[in-house]
Design a binder for this molecule. Structure first.
Ligand SMILES: [Zn+2]
Length: 335
């Protein structure tokens, strides 16, 4: 198991590589367009910088061949702790639009504020957000494990808010209906910024919105009749999915990098037993060790649920969400 410090180092190196890529892209753009003003789109395709995979995928679908999309988070990297090199941060000065979600990646939030404040596209401002740590859809129960005292004497939401500077749950891409709204808004934004290709942006956004709406319907019908509604997850990424489809998330930790305290583990274990949970969900980018120990303790098995914070090994956002649906239906005994 990789230690936290080695993870951080790996991410720093990856951040530097991302910087090299971005600089190359910016260099090419300048060469092709001659001398362009800062952040301008005149004479060239809009250059979109996307903070993490789901947003990069969304921007690529909407931008199509009319825009260039560069991602700040490379495949296989857990995005929350991403660090940006000075070169990457400086590169934001010449990008047309930064698509991000405030609260996911503090380094990106800070860089946008300082270098692209007039070109930020914050998806969290496009939809109704859920309070951090309360996406379980069972708020009235109060005091259940979705609002843990995880050794800090704080609610999950407060801790998340303290760490990321926002009070809402930022994982909004895991609700396709909200993500469809973001697609439409991005189409409108790009159409206004690049009027010559406005129809293309709007058409692609409409197609993507329809695809996401179809996915939303599949999830709604697939999760309508389940034997259990309790999802025990590695980190609290699935609040929007839970809220949208009437499930109840019990996150082992809020931050994928944080080791849960023994008190928190005991609490989750107790809830898992009480709710007769048969599957503990692990993630592709988080060590499954804690989840495996917990599963053993409560007599459950583990299954991988992808929070799609990074590019899936195969397929894309849509296929990863459909795989999540298949996994959830099996784990929660949905008919
Ligand atoms: Zn997350």
């Amino acid at each position: 198991m990789m230690s936290d410090s080695s993870r951080r180092i790996r991410m720093r190196v990856t951040g530097l590589l991302a910087g090299a890529t971005l600089l190359t892209a910016a260099g090419c753009g300048t060469g092709a367009e001659g001398s362009t003003g800062s952040g301008g789109t005149e004479g060239g395709r809009p250059e979109i910088t996307a903070a993490m995979y789901p947003l990069q995928w969304l921007a690529e679908q909407v931008g199509g061949s009319d825009a260039t999309v560069t991602g700040l988070t490379k495949p296989g990297v857990e995005p929350h702790d991403l660090e940006l090199s000075p070169q990457v941060v400086a590169g934001l000065e010449s990008t047309s639009l930064v698509v991000y979600i405030k609260g996911v990646q503090p380094a990106v939030d800070e860089a946008v504020e300082q270098h692209a404040a007039d070109r930020g596209f914050d998806a969290a401002t496009m939809v109704t957000t859920l309070p951090a740590g309360q996406g379980q859809g069972h708020e009235e129960e109060g005091g259940h494990a979705g609002e843990p005292g995880d050794g800090h004497g704080d609610e999950a939401g407060d801790e998340h808010g303290d760490e990321h500077g926002v009070s809402y749950d930022p994982h909004l891409w895991l609700d396709p209906s909200r993500f469809a709204t973001v697609a439409t808004k991005l189409g409108e934004k790009l159409a206004a910024a690049d009027p010559a290709h406005a129809q293309g942006y709007k058409d692609r956004a409409a197609k993507l919105s329809a695809d996401l709406t179809a996915l939303d319907k599949e999830l709604a019908s697939g999760l309508a009749n389940c034997g259990s509604d309790a999802m025990v997850t590695s980190h609290e990424a699935f609040g929007y999915l839970a809220n949208r489809y009437g499930l109840h998330q019990i996150g082992i930790s809020v931050d994928p990098d944080a080791e849960p305290s023994p008190a928190r583990l005991a609490e989750v274990s107790e809830v898992a037993k009480r709710e007769k949970v048969t599957t503990i969900f692990t993630e592709t980018l988080v060590s499954p060790k804690v989840a495996e120990v917990l599963a053993q303790e409560v007599g459950a098995t583990t299954a991988v649920l992808d929070p799609i914070e990074s590019q899936p090994a195969t397929g894309d956002y849509l296929s990863a969400m459909r795989q999540n649906l298949t996994t959830l239906k099996a784990a929660l005994s949905c008919s």
